[in-house]
Structures are given as C-alpha cells and as structure tokens.
Design a protein around this ligand. Structure first.
Ligand code: BGC
Length: 734
C-alpha cells in the first residue's frame, strides 16, 4: 500500500502547477489508492461510441461526450454511428465557429459557450467535443467552418471565453484537434512537416492560449502524423510540450479511431481512447472494448512489467480529475434545451458574425417599401445548412430559413436557381446538367420581372464542400453559381449576393453586383439574423477571420506545389515504433507566412483582406496612445460613430517587430483587438488593449526557445490588415 501511495503522490506531483484544487487532488489520490489496476485501466478507454466508464464500485461516474461544437449532436446508438431514433433530441444549432470568429466579440464567445453548454448539460453530457482552433491554412479545408480562421491570436482569443463559460457550467470542452489537422484530404494518413517556428508561432499558439487562459479540461489529439507518429499518441506534442512544458493538467482524448498501438499510445501521452472500431457490447462481435489498445493489452503489459503502473496512475489521475470537474461536479448546471434565451444567443452571434464585403451606393440596408418586386434566388435560401458536414451535423427543433424570414418582411418571389443534391453524398459531377439548366432558366426569366434580386447561395455541407473527411473540390462557388450570378447580373443590375460557407471563395462577379454579405453558417436563427442585417435593424459589424484571395493561386502555400498541399503520396519513410508509415507527406513550405502574413510578404493584394468588413455607418479613430508598462504595452484610442446608423467597430492592432524587413519576419502581425459596444450616431468609446511582452517574442530555431528582441516596434492601428489608420513607433527594451 505504501508503495502505491508513493507512486500516486509522485504521479500527482508530476501534474504540476496547473492542478489547482488541493482538495480535489487529495481526493484523486484517495480514489486511486483504492482502485485495482483493472479499474484504473477501465477509465482509459471507451465503453460505447461516446462514453467512457467510471468505477461503479467506488461511486465514480462515467463520462458522457458528444459533438460539438455548434450544438449537441443527435443521440447515436450505443455501439454504432446509426441514429438512436430519439424524438426528444432536437436542439438549437448555434452559428459556426467561423461565424463566431468573424464577430471578434469576446462577450459573444462567452455567451456562446454558456448557452451551448447548457444544452449539453440538459442532455446529460459531460464533455463537449469542441471548440476547434486548427488554422485556416488553406481555403479548401473541409472543416474550416468548425475552426476560427487563419490567425492564431484571433482563434485563441475567441476560443478562451467559450471554454471558460462552458466549464463554469460543469461541462468540459475538448479542444480540437491537437495539432496540425489543417486539411481533411488524407487526414488519417498525412504526415505534416513543419518548421519548429511555424509549429510554435502559428499552429500551437491558439492551443497554448486555451491552456494558459482557459485551463481547458480536455484536448482531442489529431489523426494526422507529426514526425511520423499519429497526433493522438505523439510524445513530442503531448508529453513534452502540452503536459511538461505547458503544465497542462487535463485529459488527452483520442480522436475517434485515432489510436493504433498500445506502447506508443501509453508512452505518447494518450489518456482516453475513443472510437477505435468495434461493435463492442454486441457480444457476437469478436472485437469489444476490452480489445482497445488502452484496455486488456495495456493491463497485460503492466502485469508483465513492460509498462510501469505509474504511467497508468498518471493517466487515471487525469481522467478522475476530468470526472470530478464534470460528471461528479456538484456545481454542474441542469441546463436547458431550446430555451428562448438560446435562440436569442444564436441570433445575436449570427448577426454579429455576418460580414458586409461590398455595399455599392449604399445598396444596403434595403428600404423594403421602395424595393419594388423582390426575387430571391438560390438554394441556400431554403436549404437546411445544419444537416451534413460530418460530426458537427445537427438535428434542430426549429429553423428559420432566409426565405421564410424575408417573406415575413413583404411579398417575395423565389426561384431555386441551382440544386446540389443529397446533403451528404452527392458529388457535383453526379448532378443532372439538364435540371441545373432548367433551374437557371427559371431564375433568369423571373429576374427579368423583378426590381431587385437577392441571391442566396454559397457552399453547403455536402461532401466536397464544408464537410469532414474531404476537402473542397475547388476555390470557386460550386453548382454553377458563378455562371448563374453573372447571368443574373446581365439582366438585372440590382443584385445583392448573400453567401453561406465556412471559408473564402472566388468572387469573379464582384464588380457586377451591388452588395455582398458573407454569413458563414448561422444556425437555427439563420433567416432572422440575415433579415435583420439586410433590413438595417442590425448594422453589420463582423470582419473576416480569413483572407479572401482574388485567385486560388495567391494563397501562400500554392506556389510550392502539391508537396505543400495536399501532399505527396507514397514517399519512402522509416516505420515508427508501431510499424506504421504515413500514406502521404505534406510540407508547410510557407513556414509562418500563413494567410495575411504570406499575402503581405509577397505584396499580393487580396480581394478582401484579413480583418476586413464594412458597416452601414462610419467610424473615426482618435489619436492612439501607446505606453510601455512593466511587462506589457498598452494601446488606447477613442472611436466615434460618425455615420447615421447605430453600429459597432472592431479595432485591430498589428505589430511590426524591429526585424520586420528581414526575410524571416512578417511585415506585421495581429497582437490585439477590441470591439466597441453599440454606438449611436455621434457616440464614442475609448478602447484599451494590452499586449504582454511575451506576445512580442518569436521562436528561435537555434536555441529552441522564445526570443524577445529589444528595439523599435511599430504599432499599427487599423480597421483591417490593409486599412491601417495610424502607426506609432515605440522603443521597447526587454
Ligand atoms: C472527428 C472529431 C469528432 C469525432 C466524434 C471524428 O471523426 O474528427 O472531430 O469529434 O469524430 O464524432
């Protein structure tokens, strides 16, 4: 017993400073000391598709998990991906995380985390699988809609309030997908080759913020390989960086089916194995949960002395901590499902995430009484965009489509214009060209009779669009929409384009349309949020979390060829300790020059730059002040609403380091941002933003550490990355 206790205390001591609650830690030690090896190992693997067991003998409850991140997924069967056919699991679909990121509003992120976690609590869940902070390196990533853009600071800052608010309700977030899961093409087999500097400064940075600032309770490993080892069992990433260097005290959960080897997963830092292929409880299957890599196989290796029991103790302690924080947390809320407050949160987040990209001659807001005959064209005016897309699919109780909401405002005609087939599986080439042509002709002839056309299209959740396990097939809008918009514009010059979609796309018709609004995905209240912005009830205030390039070729990695995306197949490699070889290799040759950092380096003008978004009103920036304090820099300025509408403004602070002219330094990087509250015409607000010195460092590949460089920094304050209003020099000595 003494030996067990010493091992336990050691294991707990190893958990480091992050483990804050002494009483909880003592309780974990006490529980562990009473558990058999078999019971500890039970904690480390699934007992169904989405639950892992507790220890009933000791009154330790199980963990119940669910996707995430935009609402609670409909209930699935215990052992399969089939629907459980519940009739009481319809929920509120919240806007996509790309929409939340576009709001640049931390308060809305907290509102999101609070509301969505209440739905999880009500459904008896403990772990919310999300949010995701993988970086939008390519506009083709099929899951970009579940992430928060191309900039690590924005993604991290927007994830933090969501996580804190959810965890305050006793629901753990499981931050996805640690790390480098930035494409869906060959997601299970691709090995990512990336410089240490880009890994640290770009890809790990938002995860680190969530660990440091939100103390996220669980993190999901990624499928892809790094240094030839899968993300879920990668000791460099999980043990060395996440657990040792960052002193993270949470539990690392595998992505579903992301575990492949017992010793590698055990020593690589995995704490809970989920989703390994099994029919489990249906006993006729030869493969059950006890056959998981972190189950009987692990027990045998501990019993034979090949794996020390202390490694199991360390994992079990982390899982117990997660259980005590969630399923056994006396403060966990009861929650609510489909409450009016949740619909309201959904609408508010949606309204603020919509980005106005063009507004010629103040075409928007619409003066509905003066618009004449309005025709809405486009499948996304009526299509459910909450179904499909993969694991983030949602079954909603009540959705308001754009067409429905617009028809409430007045008499509006509709033509579908194009079709896209089955939500999940129909590929573009399977669509019937004659049906497509007929739909286009119908829209064109109705457009001739209209005074205003509102086109509502974009991407959807079909495979090959915004959908898991495959990337987008093209940077263009799908289903013939480019041609349709251009043809509509030929016969009707009063045309407003509204798009849904998780990422950037080409806009070759932009000069022919009056206005463009990009809505990401807006969830259950899509129509309401959109109609409020179109009608001017709400002034748009979102700004882009990604760069919209003019041409696909302009994205920074494209010039490096297929090796930089989507990767090369069958590259010879040495098998890892589990005997596996990646099926493809991708090289992030652009290094840290991702998104706007790359566009600015090559002086390539974007169609719509990072951080860009218009308003119905105008804002004036007062003179900013930049003050160096003991360990940070404070930027302060006053913003005044100088236009005729109520509105909110997002101010961005980009920093150029002393070496910005060097080849290896970005010209500038986002280091702070703030959004005003709702300002009436003439209203003003003082914004104050703090940049800690630690955010002014860069990763030095020679010393393998962060380096602060004393010298003159330039603080550029702007309305977007390409609209800098003031630049202030400040000498900083570290
Ligand atoms: C996805 C995860 C998801 C899990 C469970 C995986 O395929 O990559 O994001 O949480 O399935 O549905």
């Amino acid at each position: 017993m003494k030996k067990v206790l010493t091992t336990l205390l050691l294991a707990i001591a190893c958990l480091g400073a992050g483990a804050q609650n002494q009483a909880t830690e003592e309780r974990i030690g006490d529980i562990l000391s009473q558990m058999s090896l078999h019971e500890k190992i039970l904690l480390l693997h699934a007992q169904s598709k989405f639950t892992s067991p507790g220890v009933p003998r000791l009154g330790i409850r199980q963990l119940s998990m669910s996707d995430g991140p935009h609402g609670v997924r409909a209930e699935l069967e215990w052992n399969s991906w089939r629907s459980a056919r519940w009739t009481n699991d319809s929920i509120v679909a919240f806007p996509s995380l790309s929409c939340l990121a576009a709001s640049w509003n931390r308060e809305l992120s907290a509102l999101y985390g609070s509301a969505v976690s209440e739905e999880f609590a009500f459904r008896g869940k403990d772990v919310l699988l999300g949010p995701g902070v993988n970086i939008a390196r390519t506009p083709l990533n099929g899951r970009a809609f579940e992430y928060m853009g191309e900039d690590p600071l924005l993604a991290g800052e927007m994830a933090v309030p969501y996580i804190i608010a959810a965890q305050e309700n006793g629901i753990a977030c499981c931050l996805k997908h640690f790390v480098l899961n930035d494409q869906e093409t060959d997601r299970f087999g691709v090995n990512v080759n990336v410089s240490e500097r880009a890994l640290r400064e770009i890809y790990l940075a938002p995860f680190k913020m969530a660990v440091d600032k939100a103390h996220v309770w669980s993190i999901m490993g990624s499928y892809n390989y790094y240094k030839g080892v899968h993300g879920c069992q990668n000791g460099w990433l999980i043990n060395d960086i996440l657990k040792d260097e960052w002193q993270w005290d949470g539990a690392l959960i595998s992505d579903w089916g992301g575990t492949t080897d017992t010793p590698q997963a055990t020593f690589g830092g995995l704490d809970i194995e989920m989703g390994t292929y099994t029919d489990g409880k249906e006993r006729e299957s030869p493969f059950g949960y006890e056959d998981y890599f972190l189950a009987d196989k692990l027990e045998a290796l501990v019993l034979s002395g090949d794996i020390p029991e202390s490694v199991v103790d360390e994992k079990a302690a982390r899982v117990l901590r997660l259980i005590l924080r969630t399923s056994m947390n006396p403060q966990k809320v009861i929650g609510a499902q489909c409450s009016e407050a949740h619909y309201e949160a959904c609408r508010r987040i949606g309204e603020e995430g919509i980005v106005l990209l063009k507004n010629e001659a103040s075409a928007l807001p619409l003066s509905l009484d003066k618009c004449g005959r309005i025709l809405v064209v486009g499948e996304n005016a009526t299509r459910s965009l909450t179904e499909g897309g993969g694991s983030s699919e949602l079954k909603t109780r009540r959705d308001i489509s754009p067409l429905e909401a617009l028809q409430r405002l007045g008499k509006i005609d509709y033509a579908q214009g194009y079709y896209s087939g089955n939500p999940i599986y129909d590929r573009q080439e399977q669509l019937d060209p004659s049906r497509q042509e007929a739909l286009m002709q119908e829209a064109l002839s109705k457009a001739r009779e209209a005074d205003l056309v509102i086109f509502v299209g974009g991407l959807n959740k079909n495979h090959g669009q915004d959908c898991e396990n495959g990337d987008r097939e093209s940077y263009d809008l799908p289903f013939g929409q480019n041609e349709l918009i251009s043809r509509l514009a030929e016969i009707q010059n009063n045309i407003i384009v509204v798009t849904f979609g998780g990422n950037a796309y080409a806009t070759p018709w932009i000069s022919k349309v009056k206005a463009l609004l990009h809505c990401w995905y807006l969830g259950s209240e899509a129509g309401e949020a959109l109609a409020n912005v179109l009608s001017g009830k709400v002034t748009p205030s979102g700004k882009l979390p990604v760069t919209f390039a003019r041409r696909y070729e302009d994205y920074p990695y494209v010039k490096f060829g297929e090796r930089a995306y989507p990767g090369l197949r069958d590259v010879p490699a040495t098998p890892n300790s589990a005997g596996e070889i990646p099926s493809s290799q991708v090289w992030y040759d652009e290094g840290i020059f991702v998104g706007y950092r790359g566009f600015e380096k090559s002086r390539c003008e974007a169609q719509f730059p990072f951080g860009y978004g218009l308003s119905y009103t105008t804002f004036e920036y007062g003179n900013a002040s930049v003050k160096t304090e003991s360990d940070s820099v404070r930027v302060t300025l006053e913003v005044t609403n100088t236009g005729a509408f109520n509105g909110k403004e997002i101010v961005q602070v980009y920093v150029s380091a002393p070496g910005a002219k060097r080849k290896d330094m970005p010209l500038k990087e986002l280091k702070a941002f703030a959004k005003t509250g709702l300002l009436e015409p003439g209203g003003r607000e003082t914004l104050s933003m703090t940049i800690p010195f630690s955010d002014l460092t860069y990763w030095n590949e020679t010393t393998h550490g962060w380096k602060a460089e004393s010298g003159t920094y330039i603080f550029s304050i702007g309305a977007s990355s390409a609209d800098i209003r003031q630049s202030i020099k400040e000498k900083i000595l570290f």
